[in-house]
Design a protein around this ligand. Structure first.
Ligand code: SF4
Length: 464
């Protein structure tokens, strides 16, 4: 995978903050808006009950995944869909080789799909001589710029309106002061021809109902519906964790996901795809392929703690509220999934070594867990990956050393008391500025002053 570089997180984040302040401004403003809309949408419903329900359905499905995947595959085949099981990204992409060759595909229209980013579908299509066209407005913008998405839901949120105006002026001839509506109309016009000439439509899948074999797709622009119904062939890449037991569950998840992502009660368009066009239908593809993609998910499912990240419905709410993500946007994270969910998914899907130091890209403030609609305990999982990093010798040397020294002291009450006493009599504030790591942290804030008395002293004196 050529586009994988979480290892450069620290440098990339520093570069973004130093060289392009407009990213911080655009991401900050967009994420605050998304988060305010989410909060308002959740005020209308019994949020705790919905979130418990969603967590339980997802957990149940993940703990019986083989059964529900088999059921889904059977139903899909009964509906006339060709089902492919892809253990790796290469297996998934091989499905395209066959489709492209058999149908002489020259152009493909693509609906927004994080899994297709993960698999690097566009690069593969280009290698096959196919022109892939992103049809979601945000994806269309970043494709013109040659950039990866910066956010799960709003791929171009790091771009200011001024930057988009310049881009559209250059590429589509709109005036430099064009309104957002005018830019959207120009994109729609340019894309209309591409939809009509495309031989292949590619999508992801938000949910897959095992009992009916239906793929559910949510959107606001109508481009997914066109991408999946106009071309003669449709290929949907669906992560194995996207299956849910019943179509009835999909109805609940559609509402919960839209409320978390954009504050809408439900997406403007919901497509339920059940197979190729039937003889009495006037539109729809002649051939539908569903590629059930593992690509590291089974390994993550086997992880004693990390598996909970697979409940994610990709709503982006944890990115919107994260004080770390808000500073840099998604590119610094170096892979498809950014923000808090990226920091717990990437170690599982890529392997911890490749994903370092993402589990450290968090202050552990817990805001992400407060908003997650499927109650993923993100800070606990970040700590889980940090612990694993220490065990596997992947943690920064200073952190490992610090943890060992602390653990050694904590196990010896006498030594702990002596160390605590020494700390209380140290001129801590000037010292903290001179220390590595702590020094950088205290550049913008005051180090907390140690308590004049230890907890034990207070205890012995009788804490009220
Ligand atoms: S971890 Fe939770 S909040 Fe974050 S994208 Fe996934 S479902 Fe949404």
């Amino acid at each position: 995978m050529s586009g994988v570089n979480p290892g450069a997180y620290r440098e990339a984040a520093a570069r973004s903050l130093r060289d392009d302040p407009s990213v911080r401004a655009s991401v900050g403003s967009a994420t605050r808006t998304f988060d305010a809309l989410r909060a308002r949408a959740f005020a209308d419903i019994d949020a705790d009950r919905w979130r418990d329900w969603a967590r339980d359905v997802k957990t149940h499905t993940l703990t019986h995944l083989d059964r529900y995947l088999d059921q889904a595959a059977t139903r899909l085949e009964e509906n006339g869909v060709r089902v492919h099981w892809a253990e790796t990204a290469e297996d998934a992409l091989a499905v395209l080789d066959d489709v492209v060759e058999r149908h002489g595909v020259r152009t493909a229209v693509k609906a927004k799909s994080m899994l297709s980013e993960e698999l690097e579908v566009n690069a593969h299509l280009e290698r096959l001589g196919v022109d892939p066209v992103e049809t979601d407005l945000g994806e269309y913008i970043i494709q013109m710029l040659g950039e990866p998405p910066s956010h799960i839901v709003g791929p171009a949120i790091h771009k200011s309106l001024a930057a988009c105006r310049e881009l559209f002026h250059e590429r589509l001839g709109t005036p430099l002061d064009g309104s957002p509506d005018m830019l959207a109309a120009a994109a729609r016009e340019a894309l209309r021809t591409r939809f009509l000439e495309a031989d292949l439509g590619i999508s992801g899948g938000n949910f897959l109902a095992a009992d009916t074999g239906s793929i559910a797709l949510i959107e606001n622009e109508g481009n997914i519906r066109l991408s999946t119904s106009l071309p003669k062939v449709h290929v949907a890449f669906v992560g194995i964790e996207k299956v849910v037991p019943r179509l009835e569950d999909v109805a609940g998840f559609l509402q919960l996901t839209a409320r978390s992502a954009t504050g809408q009660p439900i997406g403007l368009f919901v497509s339920l795809i059940q197979g190729p066009r039937r003889p009495d239908e006037i539109d729809g593809p002649e051939e539908v392929h569903v590629v059930l993609v593992d690509n590291g998910r089974s390994d993550l499912l086997a992880d004693e703690r990390g598996w909970e990240a697979l409940r994610c419905v990709r709503c982006g709410a944890c990115l919107n509220i994260c004080p770390v993500y808000r500073q840099t946007g998604g590119h610094a994270y170096g892979w498809t999934y950014s923000g808090p969910i990226g920091a717990i998914l990437s170690p599982g899907l890529l392997g911890l070594e490749k994903a370092m130091p993402l589990p450290h890209a968090s202050s552990l403030c817990g805001a992400c867990t407060e908003v997650c609609p499927v109650r993923i305990p993100i800070p606990d999982l970040l700590l889980h990956w940090r612990e694993r990093a220490v065990e596997e010798g992947l943690a920064p040397l200073l952190e490992s050393l610090g943890s060992r020294v602390y653990a050694g002291l904590a196990e010896r009450p006498g030594a702990f008391g002596v160390a605590g006493g020494a700390l209380r009599h140290t001129p801590w504030r000037p010292l903290s500025r001179a220390l590595p790591v702590v020094g950088a942290w205290t550049q913008g804030r005051e180090a907390p002053r140690p308590s004049p008395k230890s907890f034990r002293q207070l205890w012995d004196e009788g804490i009220e």
